[in-house]
Design a protein around this ligand. Structure first.
Ligand code: SF4
Length: 316
């Protein structure tokens, strides 16, 4: 069961489909994610497909704001709720397995965790699972499809780039074909797919970053997360950068690229993020990403000035 609606929720302020507008449109209420940590590992770290992990990945493995895996899920959930309710009083919840690769475990373990998670609170309206495309076998997809009939399932897949040379240089350890196959299988199973990409990876030009979005337009994805490369402590890239820094995208260059990506992105793809949440204590560079609202404002202003909307430069 996908919760996507066909209507395009764009406004004079936001010339693209934001996740919060989309959820307000569907649920008429605020929806927020409550991170849960199931204590998973990653196949690109434990040797299943590679060692050392992706070069940009920190020792927290994408779970900088995730719960403590040593605590039971209900305790993590209560703590997460308390944090989020400081900002929003009334809301629906998405339980979010974010850190590491959240399908990298025996099916029986996945069932145990996910079934417990969706029963934590009657106001939970979705389960979101971040994983790698090479950690989704047919049995797992069959189970997620079954789960999806009882509670909407969203799967987040890390792509970062379509360019194999870059993928090799960041030690991603899966190819584009694996990503494409996983997207199609999940979508055929009725599961919502969100793709994650990174702008500013070493050696990539603006054209290459636009090509990544162009390729995503050809796949059955429902949402996208666009990030600027964060160079962080305790990552391979962080070590390399500290030894010998290289030029990173400036804020101006990032805004220019993201605006063009939005314009070429299909109108029905929901934009979950246009920049990431940086962990200030771990961030090495670029420091401009800390001011998230400045980045978003610059993107919004540029689109308004141009008078253009998401998908206006979409080409079939
Ligand atoms: S980014 Fe994801 S796939 Fe890559 S090492 Fe980190 S947790 Fe694993």
């Amino acid at each position: 069961m996908k919760v996507m609606k066909k209507d395009h929720v764009m406004t004079p302020e936001k010339h693209y489909q934001t996740l919060s507008n989309h959820y307000r449109h569907v649920y008429q209420q605020k929806v927020f994610k409550v991170p849960l940590n199931g204590g998973f590992s990653c196949p690109n770290i434990d040797g299943t497909v590679g060692y050392g992990g992706c070069a940009f990945c920190s020792s927290r493995h994408g779970g900088e704001f995730a719960g403590n895996p040593l605590e039971p899920l209900d305790v993590q959930f209560e703590k997460g709720l308390r944090m989020m309710h400081k900002k929003w009083k009334d809301a629906y919840y998405i339980v979010y397995f974010q850190a590491n690769t959240n399908t990298h475990a025996p099916l029986s373990r996945l069932k145990e965790l996910f079934e417990e998670a969706i029963r934590l609170d009657p106001k939970i309206i979705m389960i979101s699972i971040a994983t790698r495309p090479d950690a989704l076998n047919d049995d797992i997809i069959r189970y997620l499809s079954d789960l999806n009939r009882r509670m909407p399932v969203q799967v987040e897949l890390g792509l970062q780039t379509i360019h194999e040379k870059t993928a090799e240089s960041i030690n991603r350890c899966h190819d584009l074909a694996t990503f494409d196959r996983a997207c199609r299988k999940l979508s055929d199973a009725g599961i919502e797919v969100v793709a994650h990409i990174i702008n500013g990876l070493p050696g990539e030009t603006k054209e290459m970053m636009l090509e990544t979005v162009g390729h995503l337009n050809t796949l059955p994805i429902d949402g996208i997360k666009i990030h600027m490369l964060h160079i962080v402590e305790n990552s391979k890239m962080g070590e390399d950068y500290k030894k010998s820094p290289w030029p990173l995208l400036t804020l101006d260059a990032y805004v220019d690229i993201v605006v063009d990506q939005i314009l070429m992105l299909k109108k029905d793809i929901i934009i979950h993020r246009l920049t990431g949440d940086a962990d200030r204590n771990a961030l090495i560079a670029p420091t401009w990403i800390i001011k998230k609202f400045v980045v978003i404002n610059r993107i919004d202003q540029t689109l308004r000035k141009k008078g253009l909307y998401q998908g206006d430069h979409y080409e079939t």
